[in-house]
Design a protein around this ligand. Sequence first.
Ligand code: IVH
Length: 691
Amino acid sequence: MSRQDDRSPAERAAELRAALHHHAHRYYVLDEPEIPDAEYDRLFQELQAIEEAHPELRTPDSPTQRVLGRVLDGFTPVRHAVPMLSIRTETDTEDSGAVAFDARVRRELGLAADAPPIAYACELKFDGLAINLRYEHGVLVQAATRGDGETGEDVTQNLRTVNQIPLRLAGCDAPVLEVRGEVYIRRDDFEVLNERQRELIAQGHKNEKTFVNPRNAAAGAVRQLDPAIAAKRPLSFFAYGLGEVQGWDQPATHSKTMDALEAMGLPVNRERQVVKGADGLVEYHRAIGARRDALPFDIDGVVYKVDDLALQRRLGFVTREPRWAVAHKYPAQEQMTVVRDIDIQVGRTGKLTPVAKLEPVFVGGTTVSNATLHNEDETRRKDVRIGDTVIVRRAGDVIPEVVGVVLERRPAEVSAPFDLYQRLKGRCPVCGSDIVREEGEADWRCTGGLFCAAQRKQAILHFAQRRAMDIEGLGDKLVEQLVDHGIVRTLPELYKLGVAKLVELERMGEKSAVNLIAGLEKSKQTTLARFLYSLGVRHVGEATAKDLARHFGSLDRVLDASIAQLLEVPDVGPIVAQSIRTFFDQPHNREVVEQLRAAGITWAEHDGEADRTPKPLAGQTFVLTGTLPTLSREEAKELIEAAGGKVAGSVSKKTHCVVAGAEAGSKLDKARELGVMVIDEQGLRALLERV
Ligand code: IVH
């Protein structure tokens, strides 16, 4: 954009201000920017430069004047021209709450039963902080909190930093227009804010803290004495009403008034809706309730307002509440309660999760007495201790969680900061095995995979799967029953199962029982790689198990391998080596391995590294696609691996060869695209025979 210098600085400044107001509205309120951020910055800087050179051109509504205050000692009281009232809250969260409001309104208006339904303006009840914005001749001159309704506090300099709040109204220069609404923080902004706070705390900023919820963070920001800090808090705003009005022709309904405010550039929430009668209210309450968790900000209910302002006037007020409006709540998603204890649960995979045992509390529609603390870091970050009063949140179907501690309520004799290792004395609470926390991981884990009762089902299913011991007939449901009835507690006990015990189980006929026993018998003849994989050592997948088997050649050598020796295995790094060592260092795991061997599991052992079968495909990666004429996927894979090759799931530049069968799909296309060699089953067999 070229600058036309025949215009005076005053004209150019006015033009820039108008452009910046327009683009700020598009960006912050409508979320539909028309120009790139860099262009906005350029216009902004041009205006700043003009104002530097001509300070007399600076106006209070200039976009450059958003952050201009100094640190305050306190806030100045503001007497509201029109009191800021609150509304009656319907605590009955069911449909009947809406029906009761409509009945009350009709009764107070003296309407006959057959009179037409009343039109209501329905809105969300934002969970933030009420604010009065005073515009004089279209320019924002003051922002005040609600206070006691009569007198609030002057928070103008903080609210000026909220980009969504226009410093000048579009197309309105009424002498006085007070706009009322809610300042709040969006959930995503809240997460970012807390993340930043955590970083500050980690950097040693002692006065910083994380916020328990968006409402508290918003309230803190509005009442922040340093406007520079307030400016860094991601506040948003929705208008929902008016205060004092002079010289503005207000439309005849609340909904039209909101439309007019929206046209002036104020943010007004789009979920508002005009409905008819009690049925309309109920429908709105239900519809919003169903979407509550998907909204980008917290609400604690909806608000119904009689739409017609003439009717509003007829209804008037009782004490300090209008008769024409009501807040209809949803069940609270957050409640305060006390932490009685912190338990540590062992998951199916051995993950240790700290769980707060709570004084039971009704939240999110159910009574909650346990809430997850996720992991040790999270517990320390929130500094949750036994005896603390905490805020518990249960939103939708999500498991209840502790969002934060109410530090003001911390008793003098509170327990020490949470330390998972110390708490458990380093032992799994279920099986007594060592617990470990690997570098870079958030979770502590039990290492007693084969022995730990908490991990039994998972361990057995893993052991039995096709790629492991391949025990035919031992599926999900059966494992569930065997463990729940206490028939199988450890893997070796599988091999002690008899038909008589099995037929007692649900849906287990004699034939299935006999088949299972046969499946178990058959599984005993396996390979070292399969056996190693079946143990479920953390980080030891199929490929690593094969590498280990190939490298060490015998189980005893694997069991006794030092970290240094393990590191010699291709693709085994320090974390995997440590995990293998820790696993076999647990006497319980060792015992299980011995019992399995004693049960008759065998494989052909190699003596040491003397695996002398030819390896024509050593170091080559293959990808299988489509259906081969005689070999199954599994068989082809085994042949390739036996010849020293690897089989990968997808084609890349590193793939040596793609083996394609009938109906090969995208992998074949990809191979052609990358120029990777493509062969068929016959070609594969030829490669395998080439010694
Ligand atoms: S109307 C005279 N509309 O709820 C009526 N209030 O007691 C004035 N609130 O703290 C309020 N969303 O800040 C109204 N859509 C909405 C609202 C709303 C949230 C808050 C308000 C006040 C409380 C009402």
